[in-house]
Design a protein around this ligand. Structure first.
Ligand code: FIX
Ligand code: ZN
Length: 419
């Protein structure tokens, strides 16, 4: 269609918006992907796709396999069982199943053949490096932010080499171990590295040592942000190790180095431990703690995503009160079409274009393809609806204005928030 400078009709809007969103390069601000030097931490290929923990949770609902029997299987056997159960004996219509089909199709594989052997041979014929190019090209993602745990024995040595390879992969300093397992794990680990901390973390000396640790990792990783996932009952202010870590270590370092603090609130870990990584659940948080954190630390920047649908509207209202809050993504159990649509509409209605509507949370490289294909479509539809209501009353829009807005949503807002 030939689109005039000023877009006036619904058809013109649809055409322009689909084209602009499809051409938009994406900065994916939260993934669990790794660049090639991290070796086996970078997951990709059909067997990884099929054994994604979202699909593991689903297979137990439809198969009689016991937990011990499933965990005793090799990855290929697990993938075979999941394929047979969720794709052949049942139609793959859940979002996680559909994602596999979208991905195979976008890779040019014949999904009508249902030939798992054929899919395996496609992946056997490629290398991680080549496949990164294929996936980044197909999904039009230009940068991904990893999740980097300084306490992980597989990661730390790679960081110490100083070469983490492909610059399309950027770092996020993940602090779950430090914050959520300080007394169980982190403090011994820190002592082992020569940091003079005790299990209670209540002295000025201890705070200084944790700050020294964070500083060292910020220098090493150059992270886009520091991050933690928190349970729904997270409280702030907090009279315990978490509160002392926040107030004396993380918040001051976050300000000093201008590295925002990302809070991912609402995860109940190990609701069913038999499911291992697939066994986490969700709960509604009391967001007055988040309000207090934002109000009392207005010189700190916070990125926030929440895991409970019930919290999403309240979060938007909080966003209207605090410019030091950047809301991002539809996290995990929120990353389903019906909920993405609802949350995106809610956010845009309350906050306009000042949000980061989505991240992928991809754990397997291939997933960038489906997670972004599905989200791009939903975000486009919501934007069409919103722009259309303007056009209907005579507001005019140009393609370059739409490009500006879309660029902000898919990367610009993140970069501006970091500066
Ligand atoms: O804590 C997180 O970053 C979560 O996103 C993950 O731990 C979770 O397992 C996941 O993959 C969700 O999509
Ligand atoms: Zn994640």
């Amino acid at each position: 269609m030939n689109v005039p400078k000023h877009i006036k009709t619904a058809d013109q809007l649809n055409t322009v918006l689909s084209e602009v969103v499809d051409n938009q390069k994406i900065t994916d601000i939260h993934t669990h992907l790794f660049s090639p030097p991290f070796g086996e931490l970078l997951l990709w290929g059909i067997d990884e796709l099929l054994t994604y923990h979202y699909l593991i949770a689903e297979v137990f609902r439809k198969s009689d396999v016991s937990y011990p029997a499933f965990w005793a299987m090799t990855k290929t056997e697990q993938a075979d069982l999941i394929w047979q159960t969720l794709f052949i004996e049942n139609s793959p219509i859940s979002e996680a199943c559909r994602g596999v089909i979208t991905t195979l199709d976008e890779l040019g594989l014949d999904v009508s053949s249902r030939d798992l052997k054929d899919y395996r041979s496609y992946f056997a014929d490629t290398t991680a490096e080549d496949f990164i190019d294929t996936v980044f090209g197909s999904s039009n993602v230009s940068k991904v932010v990893m999740t980097n745990d300084p306490f992980d024995p597989l990661e730390a040595p790679v960081w110490e080499t100083g070469d983490v390879g492909d610059t399309r992969f950027e770092a996020a300093l993940r602090m779950d171990v430090l914050i959520n397992s300080y007394q169980e794990t982190a403090f011994e680990h820190l002592r082992g590295l020569g940091y003079d901390v005790d299990s209670n973390l209540s002295t000025e000396k201890g705070y200084k040592e944790v700050r020294r640790f964070l500083e060292a990792w910020i220098q090493r990783m150059n992270p886009k942000y520091m991050a933690v996932s928190l349970p729904p009952d997270f409280k702030y202010p907090h009279d315990g190790v978490l509160g002392r870590l926040f107030d004396n270590c993380i918040l001051p370092i976050s300000r000093e180095f201008n590295v925002p603090f990302a809070l991912m609130i609402g995860v109940k870990r190990a609701v069913n431990p038999e499911l291992r990584m697939a066994g986490d659940g969700t709960g509604k948080a009391d967001l007055s703690s988040l309000e207090t954190l934002l109000r009392e630390n207005q010189n700190n920047k916070f990125l926030v995503t929440l895991l409970s649908r019930e919290n999403q509207h309240e979060l938007c209202v909080i966003g209207r009160k605090f410019k030091n809050l950047m809301i991002f993504g539809c996290w995990w159990f929120m990353n389903n079409p019906s909920i993405i649509e609802e949350i995106t509409r809610e956010r845009i209605e309350l906050l306009g274009l000042s949000v980061i509507p989505q991240h992928s949370d991809a754990r397997i490289l291939d997933q960038l393809i489906y997670k972004w294909k599905h989200s791009r479509k939903i975000i486009t539809d919501v934007l069409v609806e919103k722009y259309q209501s303007l056009i209907e009353v005579g507001w005019t829009l140009t393609k370059s204005e739409i490009e500006r807005d879309v660029d902000n949503l898919f990367g610009g807002n993140f970069e501006q928030f970091l500066n």
